[in-house]
Structures are given as C-alpha cells and as structure tokens.
Design a protein around this ligand. Sequence first.
Ligand code: 0X9
Ligand code: ZN
Length: 299
Amino acid sequence: RIDFQQYHRYDTILDYVRTLAEQNPDIVTREVYGTSYEGRELTLLRINSGSTAGKPTILIEGGIHAREWIAPAVTLYIIQELVENPNNRALVENANWILIPVTNPDGYEYSHTNQRMWRKTRRTGVICNGVDGNRNFDHEWGGPGTSTSECSEIFIGPYPFSEPECATLAEVALAEEHIDLYLAMHSYGQWLLYPWGYTYDPPDNVEELHQVGVQAADAIEAVYGTRYVTGNSAALLYFAAGASDDWFKAIAGAPLSYTVELPGGGNQGFDLPASRIQPVVTETWPGIVAFYNHVVSNY
Ligand code: 0X9
Ligand code: ZN
C-alpha cells in the first residue's frame, strides 16, 4: 500500500505500481508506454478483469502540470481503490480502466527538487525550458489562450505533440477501439470542465456532459460538503486551446471528456498541504464512481 499522508516522489510511485501489478496479475497490467524528455519511464496501469470486449473504457491521467501534486495523489488513490478494495470488484469487472499516475514525471520531479511552482515539461529551450503539456495537443493547437513564447507558462511548444509526454499519451488513446470517458486531473478550483476550451460553441452532447458533471459534483459534495461547479471550460474558466480534454473528445472520440480541477490550498493554491490529501482523495472517489455509473449504463 501507499500512504496518503504525504506527496510521493516518482520513484516511490513507480515502485508502488510495479508491486501492485506483480501482486495482482489477474487484474493489473503495468505498461511503459513511452519515455519522457529526460528519460523517465512513462507508465500506465490497465485494470480490468476477464474479457475486455464490449465494456466501456475509462482513461484517467494526472499530473500533466508538474506543480499540481494533488492530481497524481488522486489518481493513485483511484488505482488503490480499484485494485485493493474488494468492494469495488464490479467496477473492475464492468469497465476497462487505464490509469496514468504521473503524466509529466520530469516536471513533477523538478517541482520537488528545484522549483515548487514548475508547471511545464522539461524540454530544453534557448532562453527558457519547458512546454505546457496542456497546450501541446494537436487539436486547434495554437488557438486562443495559448502562447508561442518559450518563456510563457502556456507555451504551446515548437510543433503539435512535440512533447513525448503528450504524443505517447495520444498513441495510447488511439490504439484503443474506443474511449468512453477521459478525465484529466488538475488543480485547482473545484471545477468539472468539459469541452470546448477554444470556442464557446457547445459540443453535440453538451446536455449529457453537463448532467453527468452535476451528478459527479453532487456525489463529491455529499462527502464533506465540497462544492464543484460544472460547465464549459471556455465559459467558466478561460480559453485554452490544444488541451488534452478537447483532443480526447475531438480526435480520440471520447464522448465524455473532463478536466477535473481539484481543490486548492497552501500559499499558492497548488501547494495544498499534505494533511489535505486524505480528505481530498476520499471525497473525490464517489465522484469517480458517479462517472463510472453513467458510463457503465450508457456505453
Ligand atoms: O489551463 C489549463 O490547462 C487548465 N487549468 S490549470 O490551472 N490546471 O492549468 C484548464 C484546462 C481546461 N480545458 C480546456 N481549456 N480545454
Ligand atoms: Zn493543470
């Protein structure tokens, strides 16, 4: 088991998922799906039971933004609940889960070792390092809410999918027959955001996106009263083109795609104290179950 009393380093997280896969070979497969810019193993877990055919696929990923440490913590908690809590067997049996605990491990490590507020990848630049992984996806790349300036926190990168962390995630998604639900774990703001991030035009299934978001928000609120607001990212937050949620919906074909902005805290919002990890992961879990319930009865 891994504890939720502290934020863990990437090596500790990899040790945990490796052990988990070894100890639960019937339901967990670990896969190194790529290599980060600095050479770290990009790692995912597939969690399912028996035949995968005819079941919905759910992909959840956390930590594309380095400093948002609560996102990998929540993703790890989801992994732990699915694998180590026998009460959740139905979830494992009725859906194919793909979980990525740390999407941007180079940045995550850098935010531990050098600069707590690091956001981007660690691609070496001419003046500044790093690309915003959540502006690097090849759908409306470089559209509103992005920057071509290398030093910007929302730098789009030299070309779409320049970042191995994003390009290999896209390859994983495109290799699937279908993805029914995609969740990008971020912080902060207590928002459940759905596409699009580059236009106010609503997606075809905006009513479903909204209704499922409200159901998840209600499930989270029922635990400790934490309120999430559900809505379109451009309208609720700001424009941000080239983000992963839009790409998953438009290109990978996921009907349901959300950015989950977990609660903030600390001095700068992203530095939620470690003592807050346990309550946040605990209250978020019923939200994940609400998403799952909708997917399993509709896809
Ligand atoms: O700006 C972002 O990438 C996300 N917010 S964060 O504070 N975690 O950086 C929001 C992305 C929402 N999705 C789209 N705009 N497509
Ligand atoms: Zn983020």
